[in-house]
Design a protein around this ligand. Structure first.
Ligand SMILES: C[S@@+](CC[C@H](N)C(=O)[O-])C[C@H]1O[C@@H](n2cnc3c(N)ncnc32)[C@H](O)[C@@H]1O
Length: 313
């Protein structure tokens, strides 16, 4: 009830987020990284968790041929696995040599449920990855307490990927530069990125309200605590163009509130969006901070992307 009142009022909502940011900062400097984030298995239903894993593998499959030996003998880095290593386990089943999972936080989890889930995945795909019911540390490494932006293991990985993670990293430039160093030449990155506000303000305001907030204030409540970094498709286009050592594609996975079953490189007027979307943008764009006013209508309407990039030099 109190939360609802706070969320309905933009100013109270920002104050509440500033308080949360402070709490998160204090936790982090005290070495406490346990956090409620990436909670995909909290319902404790094996079928739902398996369905979620399959959905993610299908998404990855649309951008890299996972099921076609793409991972054979490869060293993989998964950023931000959330509350289980089931994607890492699937990567191992699909031929990866080893998988490292790096997370800024230790996501709250149910360890006994996790074990059941791994056994179920082992059974479903008829593999023998598990040793004594767990994924052996020779194949799976888990590092938490340090974001990818502060990690380094130069020139080591063949495949670096993430699902709904990059948008949470405030220091995204630093994070991409760090991944670039960690990836071997001919290696590939694949990141699915959710560009929405993750319900921060959109529950009671229009979906682009977060683009109206001054950068200093926005950073003050987002730097440590996982809020979206407000980098939209234009940022990733520029960043990879500037890096200059990648062949890359940015596929669109969602427009406004609609997921695309088949990802595509371009969206079209009257197919993916229409006149009422343009009218809506015209109504609200005056309130955006300057850097978002400069974006095209399509850049503002695209709410999800998959970035796939091969390091060529
Ligand atoms: C929305 S969850 C996604 C979890 C999982 N990938 C999935 O698709 O279910 C975001 C994850 O990114 C992690 N994360 C946030 N900032 C990070 C950073 N700077 N470096 C690494 N992981 C980070 C969070 O702790 C969390 O596990």
């Amino acid at each position: 009830m109190i939360k609802e009142v706070i969320k309905k009022n933009l100013l109270l909502n920002i104050l509440y987020r500033l308080f949360n940011e402070f709490k998160t900062y204090i936790k982090i400097i005290n070495g406490n990284f346990t956090y409620n984030t990436g909670q995909r298995n909290s319902e404790g239903e094996i079928e739902k968790s398996i369905a979620y894993v399959e959905k993610l593998i299908n998404w990855y499959n649309q951008v890299v041929p996972l099921e076609d030996n793409f991972l054979n003998d490869k060293k993989v880095l998964e950023i931000g696995p959330g509350d289980s290593f089931s994607i890492a386990m699937r990567f191992l089943q699909l031929g990866a040599k080893e998988v490292t999972c790096i997370d800024k936080f230790y996501c709250n989890r149910d360890i006994s449920f996790e074990k059941k889930l791994y056994l179920e995945i082992e059974k479903k795909y008829d593999t023998s990855i598990l040793e004594n019911g767990i994924i052996p540390t020779s194949k799976l490494k888990y590092e938490f307490g340090k974001g990818i932006e502060n990690s380094n293991k130069d020139n080591y990985y063949d495949f670096i990927c993430s699902m709904a993670v990059l948008e949470h990293i405030y220091e995204i430039d630093k994070a991409i530069d760090s991944m670039d160093r960690m990836l071997k030449i001919n290696g590939t990155m694949a990141h699915r990125i959710d560009l929405r506000d993750h319900g921060m303000f959109s529950e009671y305001n229009h979906p682009l309200t977060f683009l109206t907030i001054n950068e200093f204030i926005y950073k003050s409540f987002s730097y440590h605590s996982n809020n979206p970094n407000r980098k939209l498709i234009d940022y990733y286009k520029e960043k990879f163009k500037d890096l200059g050592n990648y062949e890359y594609k940015i596929l669109i996975t969602r427009v406004k509130d609609r997921n695309l079953d088949i990802f595509k490189e371009n969206i079209k007027f009257n197919i993916d969006y229409n006149k009422s979307d343009i009218d809506f943008l015209e109504e609200i764009i005056g309130d955006f901070i300057d850097k978002f006013k400069k974006l095209s209508e399509e850049e503002l309407l695209i709410t999800g992307i998959f970035l796939v990039a091969k390091k060529i030099k």
